[in-house]
Design a protein around this ligand. Structure first.
Ligand code: AMP
Ligand code: ZN
Length: 665
């Protein structure tokens, strides 16, 4: 092989590995092998400078110094985004769009709003030519040498890219890398950085690109600008960019209605803390580029896009101690015990730390000053550390290896978010947790009994599982703390009354891992009784709508367990419902199988909820918004006009309450 070919081969290999590692998060060779290949390439390039290539992977290590960053005028202006803070804001925006476009179908893409520094990258013939900061939107600074050191920025594209285009994105500093950088700085006696966003944008203006190369920066892309790119929609844009080698987060959704958009927004408002980098909202864009064009821009921002800002209230306080909670399934949840602090109107003393990864990601330690945030969720979360306040003697958090309740070594299987205590029958908190779940309101709803009573009964050796509840006597219960004759009687009648609770709730009450209320309903409906469910194979279970492998395996495991089967038999013998009632069976049909209904407005003969139940009992599905998948729109009084227009434009049949009742006969 000629030297030139050898160099080219190495460059291609390294590009591929680089893409696998930094863009796909899926490395294909070891770090060591990668370094060896890179060194070999560097040696050849030094020896044969005539084969210089501005996109060579060796340039990632940086080394070029920029004294003054050149000002570059953007070929197309980089606009700001309009902000919205509520569902109403979004609906108003949708109305303006509908008005602007006339009565046509509009789809939206939802993407996360990455919080970092904006960047515009120019590619020609597949090579990165220029990288320019946003600046004032009209012109920015040429930071190409610094950007080239960021591993997820492709220097050479692959696939069917157009000859010339610009692509826009955000340079971010993921939490984990940020925490590591700060820990090192503090150890060296330097001032820690404030937050990932400012550090990311500061990094772009460092004069020495070798320093930039050391920072774990990432580049997330979201928009292509250019002529004749062959792209028609925002969604396609994301897909194409991904194909050409760019890092485009897959967390994005193509939506047909503001309801769907709101679902995405609400989900990520809560779950964004699980992401490796900072986000501050969702960006919603009209999907069709032709419609985008029609809508155009205001003086500041495009009319076709809208940022929905997450609401968050933040405070900082001291983390006194990390403790560990054991759930009824054995899952371990680390908890931050905080110096009490006022947040969003309530005093916060504890915050969930979710799992070991969360602690490692932010490098959270006891005695740290931490930022606590309350978003859409009820339990506040820790979203970062104020490294400037970290005490000298601080040491990294050692995650526990044994169950704090029973000392069993913890296990974490691949794919599990949490560590587990596997001592299912011996771990006291798991035992009481399961019984507490069984009696809870949404499960068996046993009156006259609370969580503390369960703990007391267990401590007195009166119960070790939920079947034991049915054998309790008044005489056994009365001597317990805070019990009197009356309350003991109530407890016993409450337990006895629970045998009337319907099968689907019993199934939920059993506490099978991953079987929540909805799944329990689905399983009860599909199998009708527990014997059929216990016989079901994994293939059969996964064939049920919305039941995946993980749930199926958990169900099978639960019923394979000898002890569980014994408990179920005991429950059966006292009369707990293990089959759908005859009456309910009678009312269930498959008449509406394969049909989707949207219900809107107020009804005369049945309530809206009853109507929905009738649809489901007859095998139909209830959708929340009208789409091309909707079979019928059941229209009541005072129905929303937009639903009607939508249904008409999509040729969805609109029927009345009476029409519906006639269908199910
Ligand atoms: P703002 O600075 O609040 O006006 O918001 C505009 C900035 O949001 C843009 O300059 C982008 O850099 C940034 N941004 C982050 N994520 C996205 C995204 N998915 N789509 C569009 N812009 C985004
Ligand atoms: Zn345990």
């Amino acid at each position: 092989m000629s030297v030139e070919n050898q160099i080219e081969k190495l460059r291609n290999e390294l590009r591929e590995h680089n893409h696998n590692y930094y863009v796909l998060d899926n490395p294909s060779i070891s770090d060591y092998d990668f370094d060896m290949k890179l060194k070999e390439l560097q040696r050849l390039e030094d020896e044969y400078p005539e084969f210089y290539d501005a996109s060579s992977p060796t340039l990632r290590v940086g080394g070029m110094i920029t004294k003054n960053f050149q000002t570059v005028v953007h070929a197309q202006r980089m606009y700001s985004l309009d902000n919205s803070y509520s569902k109403e804001d979004l609906e108003d925006w949708e109305k303006r769009i509908q008005k602007g476009l006339g009565d046509t179908e509009v789809e939206f893409t939802c993407e996360l709003k990455y919080d970092g520094a904006s960047i515009n990258l120019t590619y020609e013939n597949g090579q990165l030519i220029k990288a320019v900061t946003r600046g004032d939107g009209f012109q920015g600074d040429d930071v190409t040498t610094n950007i080239k050191t960021i591993n997820s920025v492709p220097l050479q594209l692959k696939g069917d890219y157009p000859p010339k285009f610009d692509i826009r994105g955000e340079i971010v500093l993921p939490f984990e890398g940020f925490a590591k950088m700060n820990a090192e700085r503090v150890a060296n006696g330097e001032e820690p950085y404030m937050n990932p966003r400012n550090t990311a944008s500061g990094s772009l203006k460092l004069q020495d690109s070798a320093l930039v190369a050391q920072r774990p920066l990432d580049c997330l892309l979201y928009g292509i600008v250019g002529e004749n790119t062959g792209i028609d929609t925002q969604w396609q844009m994301l897909e194409k960019a991904r194909e050409w080698g760019f890092k485009v987060p897959t967390i994005a959704k193509l939506c047909k209605s503001t309801d769907e958009v709101m679902n995405f927004v609400e989900y990520w408002d809560v779950h964004r803390h699980e992401l490796p980098y900072e986000t501050d909202g969702v960006v919603i864009k009209v999907n069709s580029l032709q419609q985008q064009d029609e809508l155009g821009h205001t003086s500041k921002s495009p009319r076709w896009a809208m940022a929905y800002k997450f609401k968050a209230e933040q405070v900082s306080t001291i983390l006194n101690e990390i403790t560990y909670q054991v759930g009824r399934t054995g899952a371990i949840t680390p908890v931050a015990n905080l110096e009490p602090v006022l947040l969003a109107g309530t005093t916060v003393k504890r915050a969930s730390l979710h799992n070991a990864d969360q602690i490692a990601k932010y490098d959270i330690r006891e005695k740290d000053t931490v930022y606590v945030e309350k978003g859409g969720e009820i339990i506040p979360k820790i979203i970062g550390v104020d490294f400037s306040k970290r005490p000298q003697e601080s040491v990294p958090t050692q995650y526990i290896e044994h169950c704090p309740e029973c000392n069993t070594p913890l296990q974490r299987t691949e794919g599990d978010a949490k560590h587990y205590c596997t001592n299912y029958y011996g771990c006291p908190v798991q035992i009481t947790g399961r019984i507490q779940h069984y009696i809870s309101r949404k499960a068996m709803d046993i009156e006259g009994m609370g969580s503390e009573t369960v703990t007391l009964l267990f401590q007195e050796g009166l119960i070790t599982n939920y079947a034991d509840l049915y054998e309790l006597t008044k005489e056994q219960v009365m001597p317990l703390e805070r019990m009197a004759e009356k309350s003991a009687e109530n407890l016993i009648t409450g337990v006895a009354a629970s045998v009337k609770i319907p099968f689907e709730r019993v199934l939920f009450a059993l506490g099978i891992r991953f079987v929540g209320e909805t799944v329990a309903k689905k399983l009860a409906k599909a199998y009708k009784n527990i014997d059929a469910l216990m016989r079901a194979s994994e293939e059969e279970l996964t064939a049920v709508d919305e039941i995946g492998e993980r749930i199926a395996q958990s169900v099978i495991e639960f019923f394979q367990n000898e002890n569980n089967r014994l408990i179920i038999n005991r429950l059966k013998s006292v009369g707990v419902q293990f089959a759908i009632s005859a009456e309910k069976l009678e009312n269930q049909t498959e008449k509406l199988k394969g049909q989707t209904f949207v219900v809107s407005g107020v009804f005369e003969k049945v309530s809206r909820n009853e109507l929905k139940k009738l649809i489901e009992d007859n095998g139909g599905k209830v959708g929340s918004s009208v789409s091309s998948k909707t079979t019928f729109l059941v229209a009541g009084d005072k129905m929303g006009p937009s639903k009607r227009t939508k249904a008409e434009s999509l040729n969805v049949q609109i029927i009345s309450e009476d029409d519906f009742l006639a269908i199910i006969g």
